[in-house]
Design a protein around this ligand. Structure first.
Ligand SMILES: Cc1cc2nc3c(=O)[nH]c(=O)nc-3n(C[C@H](O)[C@H](O)[C@H](O)COP(=O)(O)OP(=O)(O)OC[C@H]3O[C@@H](n4cnc5c(N)ncnc54)[C@H](O)[C@@H]3O)c2cc1C
Length: 436
């Protein structure tokens, strides 16, 4: 049927239906945009409009239970807010615990000529609790944690704070009122339902929430790889791989394939199989190394190693110049450490000589949506600082600040961007965050 004829029949039939439903006859159904240009639609099917049951409500909803989501939820709950975390997997920690990414990087930097820890707050608290049970060791410049202990300790800390974590629940769409998110629609084993929230933290790593909200972002392709653990390594061995808290267990790493799109569903499946095969075969190869003759795979990653996909175009993206010139911001919400040597203005700056850098509150704020704040590997930063910006230490910093800000917005009954910055900074200092 051609469109004009369809509209005519729709208009004729309109008198017989309630006024609110007439528009559905007069409009083309909206075509849902595919997140990656690499995936094309082979036609369309219609999804009928339906009423979604609201199954829960909270002050602060955190989408994603990775490092950023964990810190955000803890911060908001410790300020007395009701907090729900939506996590599509069955554990906390995201890539940190699910991709065996165990070194907690970006915790330190060069301060006045000396390498020092610069990140405190919940990153420090969690690591200290892991050290207390011998599940975090210090290697080179970073703590290295045990993934199972970290999943468990994150769970304990969120339970202590009264956070409700909903596992196996994927945030799938939004219900918006103008530029505010009213509810997050989820897919779950109970079916499609909604969770209503006053404020939302996007800690999905991939910026799923700001994508659906229609906020601008950069689509980044990066290398997608894997980390995994091998066991039964004799302590006196030739394997130059990072030790872990469990004796005889070492951390393996492959950078994987370069320039990969982590929003392409077919590519993600292909890479998951390729990475699992690599982990298996590479472990068999290292049995030829002295001291590794009886090595075996302890675990392959539950999550394929997607480093970056969407990066928010925020109110103030942190760029390489601000990182390298020690720029200070009035709205600073935390400082982060450094991870790599940095080439800047024609010179290589060795990681051991690099300084900590400040993150402004505006780097967590989308341009449009009023009750949304973004944390973790998808907050607003420029291309040149991808490594420092997405490491776990930095994710814990932005997560803690995002949760504190979301809670302040609830307490002040304000849009997130309208909250009192001095009060936010005071809250963060009380939570042991260093701002300078
Ligand atoms: C191979 C590899 C090696 C790395 N090495 C290091 C390293 O040595 N040291 C270091 O510090 N960093 C390292 N990183 C980076 C670091 O692991 C990540 O940048 C960091 O974990 C990001 O934290 P996040 O909370 O922003 O996101 P993630 O860790 O990705 O967590 C996001 C969470 O949200 C959930 N989620 C996503 N979408 C939805 C949705 N729609 N609904 C519900 N839940 C959702 C996911 O299941 C996940 O639990 C590495 C990364 C990779 C891939």
């Amino acid at each position: 049927m051609d469109r004009r004829k369809f509209l005519k029949i729709g208009a004729a039939g309109a008198g017989a239906v309630a006024a609110g439903s007439v528009t559905s006859f007069a409009q083309e159904p909206e075509k849902v945009k595919i997140a990656s240009e690499a995936v094309s639609a082979q036609g369309y099917v219609s999804e009928p409009a339906r009423e979604i049951p609201v199954v829960a409500a909270c002050d602060v909803l955190v989408a994603g239970g990775g490092p950023a989501g964990f810190a955000a939820a803890l911060s908001a709950a410790r300020q007395g807010c009701s907090v729900i975390v939506l996590e599509k997997g069955g554990f906390l920690g995201g890539l940190w615990t699910g991709c065996a990414v165990l070194p907690l990087n970006c915790m330190g930097a060069n301060v006045a000529g000396e390498w020092k820890q610069v990140v405190y707050g919940y990153a420090h608290e969690l690591n200290r609790r892991l050290e207390d049970i011998d599940m975090s060791i210090f290697e080179r410049r970073s703590p290295v944690v045990d993934p199972e202990a970290t999943k468990y300790m994150m769970q304990v800390m969120l339970q202590e704070a009264g956070v409700k974590v909903l596992y196996y629940v994927q945030a799938a769409a939004l219900s918006m009122s103008g530029d505010r998110i009213d509810s997050v629609i989820v897919e779950s084993k109970s079916g499609r339902c909604a969770v209503r929230a006053k404020t939302v933290v996007d800690a999905t790593g991939d910026g799923d929430i700001f994508f659906w909200a229609g906020d601008p972002f950069r689509h980044v392709k990066h290398h997608i790889g894997a980390m995994w653990r091998v066991g039964n390594i004799k302590e006196d061995n030739d394997l130059k791989r990072t030790p872990t808290p469990i004796p005889g267990v070492r951390l393996m790493h492959t950078p994987g394939e370069y320039d990969q799109d982590g929003l392409d569903l077919f590519n993600l499946s292909r890479l998951t199989e390729a990475m699992r095969e690599h982990c298996w075969k590479r472990t068999q190869e290292i049995r030829a190394v002295r001291g590794c003759e009886d090595a075996y795979v302890v675990d392959t990653p539950t999550l394929v190693g997607v480093r970056v996909t969407r990066v928010l175009e925020s109110l103030c993206d942190v760029d390489v110049d601000s990182v390298m010139t020690d720029r200070a911001y009035d709205d600073v919400i935390g400082i982060a450490g450094v991870d790599i040597n940095m080439k800047w203005e024609g010179q290589v700056h060795k990681v051991g000589n690099r300084h900590p850098w400040q993150i402004p509150f505006r780097a967590l704020l989308p341009k449009k949506t009023q009750n949304l704040v973004v944390a973790g590997r998808c907050f607003g930063y420029g291309d040149g600082i991808t490594y420092d910006a997405r490491e776990i230490g930095t994710c814990l910093v932005t997560g803690q600040a995002a949760g504190a800000a979301a809670a302040r917005a609830v307490l002040e009954r304000s849009a997130i961007r309208g909250i009192n910055i001095k009060k936010l900074q005071k809250t963060l200092r009380e939570q042991d965050v260093r701002l300078d």
